[in-house]
Ligand binder design. Sequence first.
Ligand code: FAD
Ligand code: NAG
Ligand code: NAG
Ligand code: NAG
Ligand code: NAG
Ligand code: NAG
Ligand code: NAG
Length: 541
Amino acid sequence: MKGIRRATILNLLLIFSISVSLETSLAIQDEFLGCLESNSQPSNPISDAIYTHENPSFTSVLQSYVRNLRFSTPSTPKPIAIIAAKDESHVQATVVCAKKQGLQVRIRSGGHDYEGLSYVSYVPFIVLDMFNLRSIEINVTEESAWVQAGATLGELYYQIANRSNVHAFPAGVCPTLGTGGHFSGGGYGNLMRKYGLSVDNIVDARIVDAVGRILNRESMGEDLFWAIRGGGAASFAVILSWKIKLVKVPETVTVFNLARTVEEGKGPTELVWKWQQVADKLDPDLFIRLMLEPGNGTRKGEKTVQATFVAMFLGKPERLLPLMNQSFPELGLEPKDCVEMRWVESVLFWINIPKGGAPIELLLNRIPKGVSYLKRKSDYVKKPISKEDLESIWKLMIEVGEVGMHWNPYGGKMGEIPESETAFPHRAGNIFKIQYSVNWNQEGIETTNKFLNLTRTLFEAMTPYVSKDPREAFFCYRDIDIGSAGSNGNGTFQEASVYGHNYFKGNFERLVQVKTKVDPDNFFRYEQSIPTRPSYYSKIQ
Ligand SMILES: Cc1cc2nc3c(=O)[nH]c(=O)nc-3n(C[C@H](O)[C@H](O)[C@H](O)COP(=O)(O)OP(=O)(O)OC[C@H]3O[C@@H](n4cnc5c(N)ncnc54)[C@H](O)[C@@H]3O)c2cc1C
Ligand SMILES: *[C@@H]1O[C@H](CO)[C@@H](O)[C@H](O)[C@H]1NC(C)=O
Ligand SMILES: *[C@@H]1O[C@H](CO)[C@@H](O)[C@H](O)[C@H]1NC(C)=O
Ligand SMILES: *[C@@H]1O[C@H](CO)[C@@H](O)[C@H](O)[C@H]1NC(C)=O
Ligand SMILES: *[C@@H]1O[C@H](CO)[C@@H](O)[C@H](O)[C@H]1NC(C)=O
Ligand SMILES: *[C@@H]1O[C@H](CO)[C@@H](O)[C@H](O)[C@H]1NC(C)=O
Ligand SMILES: *[C@@H]1O[C@H](CO)[C@@H](O)[C@H](O)[C@H]1NC(C)=O
């Protein structure tokens, strides 16, 4: 009897609190939507851009730009509304009204954030979706382009190639990345050793700031323009568009992809050791990525680590072959391994489509073929890892299983740009960057925890071989394990300072200064945003 009564009371309490929170959120939603309407221009009505839960397309719009299924389950918190801005004025209205209603905004361009931070929050929030704003205007004479934040890399690469055979842009290898998030975190790809990162080739930007103004480089000032190049724009402003400088590539580039199955029991030690000696010192026209995966050996039942070398060379095989013979003969590159193609075709090659395997129009697909559950982490290596230590890494990778590593060489242009030039700090002194990577396809908390645990186990075991004080991490490879200031971005300054230094090293202090100046109320905030200066900080808490 007692038990039943208690259950009923609990139920009532539950219903009561749910209906209160529903009512509150409905009221907030109504006020927010009303504010949007009154801030929208009659010539550019905002109503078509708004998706609330009542809209039958709400779920499909939300899911269209989710690139990690871990953050697309029934229990994942959903936004109060999605504003898929169709005009710059819609972005302004969203900022002004969210600020007024005390709603958090999550800005999404391509949706590739590894921790889903562009579309998930644990406090009431809205998603400002940029996919409708994706125009690309290329000026070949000026070797430049204006690119809106919602454009994908594939669209950009395609449009550049449509206008020129000898131009390109240094950015990521995955064509569905959004330029809004990708460029603002640094943006790296296989042209990095020759031309640096995306941020090293950005010359202007249009943004909406924390009070809803549209600014460009001149009107925002050099401090803020510095911060949004590598510091993650979502702490400071909404990027509307970037002006980029195109770079020169030859009409024909050469690529190769060599999987090296190694002798039983030995692992790829010799090859990997040699790669570490040369990868960052090679001609900047050459970028050789090393991919390491635990897998089966040649003998039945035997486990080993497979090494695959994938390369981009800005030139022809006639120059590449002697270069490799001189610097890295152990790899045994032969003429038959070298594939010549246009730069734009190499983009497809880097996503495992062989030459001629698909038309380059594939780059215009904004939605990838498959999406899975995933976890990524990153590290930087400044001293070659000894052969003995490599052997123990192979043992560990085999023991852990499942988790692979991509080793991406630095050097070249990356070593010439000072750490303070942009907010992205990982420059000279790095031999390579590690990306830890695991994908899986089975839902469920146990499976997720298993894969997270495996990735963290490998990461912990790598501690002796990687950068320390701080243990540097790449901002684009978002990793919540390295610290969080809470979903409301209102944790302590000390908490923010941990991930802040891992991601930005000495540039963190300047980022805090800029943040304090341009967004003193900390409107643009999330788990890993840049905090305002502590004196301001204590005031707003
Ligand atoms: C399959 C895959 C491949 C990848 N390959 C590479 C690679 O080759 N090189 C590399 O460097 N990285 C790579 N990444 C990481 C990628 O660079 C980051 O995830 C990047 O943030 C993606 O940008 P986005 O616009 O797609 O992401 P989103 O999830 O939309 O945004 C990421 C972050 O940027 C913020 N943001 C987005 N748009 C704006 C805007 N308009 N204004 C202000 N803030 C904004 C978001 O709020 C969020 O904090 C890869 C990721 C995936 C999933
Ligand atoms: C391209 O840039 C050149 C040089 O700055 C300029 O004269 C020209 O008007 C631009 N073209 C377009 C279409 O904007
Ligand atoms: C460029 O794009 C236009 C329009 O889609 C197309 O007609 C043309 O063939 C393309 N040109 C090249 C060189 O790719
Ligand atoms: C490795 O071998 C096991 C059996 O020995 C097999 O089940 C598995 O599919 C193999 N994995 C790969 C990647 O070939
Ligand atoms: C590689 O270099 C050696 C000398 O260092 C030379 O004998 C050999 O012919 C070269 N091989 C190729 C394929 O160029
Ligand atoms: C992984 O799980 C094991 C077993 O539960 C635990 O002992 C270990 O601490 C975990 N490792 C990490 C890095 O979380
Ligand atoms: C931060 O925000 C959360 C969610 O609104 C709240 O519960 C918490 O008390 C806040 N913390 C501080 C330190 O203000």
